[in-house]
Design a protein around this ligand. Structure first.
Ligand SMILES: [Zn+2]
Length: 495
């Protein structure tokens, strides 16, 4: 590494990869997004007001209960009807904020009917799961009218855990197609990374995320056995190279290995306890404010719009807490990626592509309140500081070795009879002749190592060294042996 590597200058150079107009557009999108939080809350309050004023839910509850008290059925049906009506009334706002605006900024290519259809499916899922949640919540309120808010936090934890566990199995496949990463250099690399940190290597998927969003992104979902890393196909459409994949997948593996989703779910459940406590105290005045004279207190399922109006306001007020919580996990995942896979440039290249939906250089306060990921400017800065502190001694060696080895036959001294060396092609494939046929696969040169992955999946690596007159290779703990390189013809192909 050059002595005069300057992290600040390197960060500025990354940010300058986007023209000023693109940064301005990203700022407009991001600032608009902050305001959407406020407008979205106001829309939710208006919708709650309309539903309460209509008296529809109290009428429904009365009809279900008739002469007999049927609290379970009433809370489930009122819950389902409320969720459906609320979604329908909020539809124009949702269509504007989640589809039309995304389209305006070029962040989605999805046509409106596709968006609407997926919205209908998720409403159906939400209505059933939400109906069950409200049934359980109202049962708690009836059984423990003084302490229900405490149990409510536990209930929330159970539902979050169940949703996390089941989402990759039953919900995500409804919206997107998940396929194991296809054979090739990307999968070889990701599998090797997974082995390095002890993450199951069969948990890496690619999904057709470009269907809904043009955002360059990857994620971790699931819990315990269902957990997995998924890369959106937009990553490949926007041309991710191996260093980028290593940087990004290293970040996602960080979420996985350090159980961020469990931590976040735990804290969210604690916040839910606090929120339910406040709902318990604020319900009566809020119901009066929204004009719900017929609502019989917090235990009445017809009061759901009041309950959710209070929750909506509390969530808005909690934005700095929830975004900071997630931001800390994100920062930790970046650190995991850097410290395990050391791809500061790969990570930075990928981060630049996320600026279009997250402006790069917000003020500190804006970042704390609204950003659920550290600002890209700061993330790149940290990556560049990491790079300055952890130079890769092998970068130059790797480049040299790649140039020398490619399209050459690597010949070891004392080759077994019938073998004439390992042929390394410039396209990343290799083959080796035996008495009884051919071995072949893909190879990679990185971190001072030449690694050959066979088609059947086995992998061997050689440490690369320089000798006076060429190159040495050392397998595992073996001593380095001097190898000779002979040019191969592109046509030389295993039969
Ligand atoms: Zn992340």
């Amino acid at each position: 590494m050059a002595q005069n590597f300057d992290p600040a200058a390197a960060t500025a150079a990354y940010l300058a990869q986007l023209p000023p107009e693109a940064h301005a557009r990203a700022s407009a999108y991001t600032h608009g997004g902050h305001w959407l939080l406020l407008w979205g809350t106001l829309v939710a309050l208006l919708v709650a007001f309309l539903i309460v004023r209509s008296g529809a839910l109290t009428a429904l509850r009365r009809k279900i209960e008739g002469r007999r008290s049927r609290p379970i059925l009433a809370s489930f049906l009122v819950g389902v009807v409320y969720l459906v009506v609320d979604s329908l009334l909020s539809l124009p706002w949702a269509a504007y904020s989640q589809w039309w605006r995304q389209k305006q900024y070029g962040l989605t290519s999805q046509a409106f009917p596709g968006w609407l259809g997926e919205g209908a499916i998720s409403l159906a899922i939400t209505a059933v799961i939400g109906g069950l949640f409200f049934t359980a919540l109202y049962a708690l309120i009836r059984k423990a009218p003084r302490t229900w808010w405490l149990w409510g936090g536990g209930l929330t934890a159970v539902f979050i855990a169940a949703a996390m566990l089941l989402a990759p199995l039953y919900i995500e496949p409804i919206f997107n197609k998940y396929t194991p990463a296809p054979a090739g250099p990307v999968r070889d690399e990701v599998v090797a990374m997974a082995r390095q940190v002890g993450v199951p290597s069969d948990k890496i998927f690619i999904y057709d995320g470009s269907k809904q969003s043009n955002a360059y992104t990857a994620n971790v979902s699931g819990l315990f056995g269902s957990a997995r890393v998924a890369m959106s196909d937009t990553m490949f459409k926007k041309g991710a190279d191996i260093a980028e994949v290593r940087g990004v997948v290293g970040h996602e593996m960080g979420h996985y290995a350090r159980h961020h989703s469990l931590w976040i779910a735990g804290v969210m459940s604690l916040l839910a306890v606090l929120a339910f406590f406040l709902v318990d105290r604020l319900f009566a005045p809020a119901a009066r404010l929204l004009g719900g004279e017929e609502i019989r207190g917090v235990a009445d399922p017809a009061g759901l719009p009041v309950l959710s109006a209070v929750m909506t306001v509390l969530f808005l007020l909690a934005t700095p807490v929830t975004s900071s919580l997630i931001r800390i996990a994100e920062s930790d995942a970046d650190h995991y990626s850097l410290s395990h896979f050391n791809e500061p440039d790969g990570l930075s290249k990928a981060l630049v592509k996320t600026i279009e939906y997250r402006a790069a250089t917000p003020g500190r306060l804006e970042e704390i309140i609204f950003y659920d990921h550290p600002a890209v400017g700061r993330r790149i800065q940290r990556a560049m500081e990491w790079k300055a502190a952890h130079p890769k001694p092998t970068v130059a060696l790797d480049l040299d070795a790649r140039a020398s080895f490619s399209d050459h036959l690597v010949v070891f001294p004392r080759m077994p009879v019938g073998m004439d060396g390992i042929a390394l092609r410039a396209d990343g494939s290799w083959f080796e002749r035996h008495d009884f046929g051919w071995s072949k696969g893909r190879y990679a040169i990185a971190d001072g190592k030449l690694c050959l992955t066979e088609e059947r999946g086995s992998r061997r690596c050689y440490a690369i060294g320089r000798a006076a007159s060429g190159w040495t290779l050392a397998q595992d703990a073996g001593a380095p042996v001097a190898v000779t390189l002979e040019p191969i013809a592109q046509a030389a192909t295993p039969g």
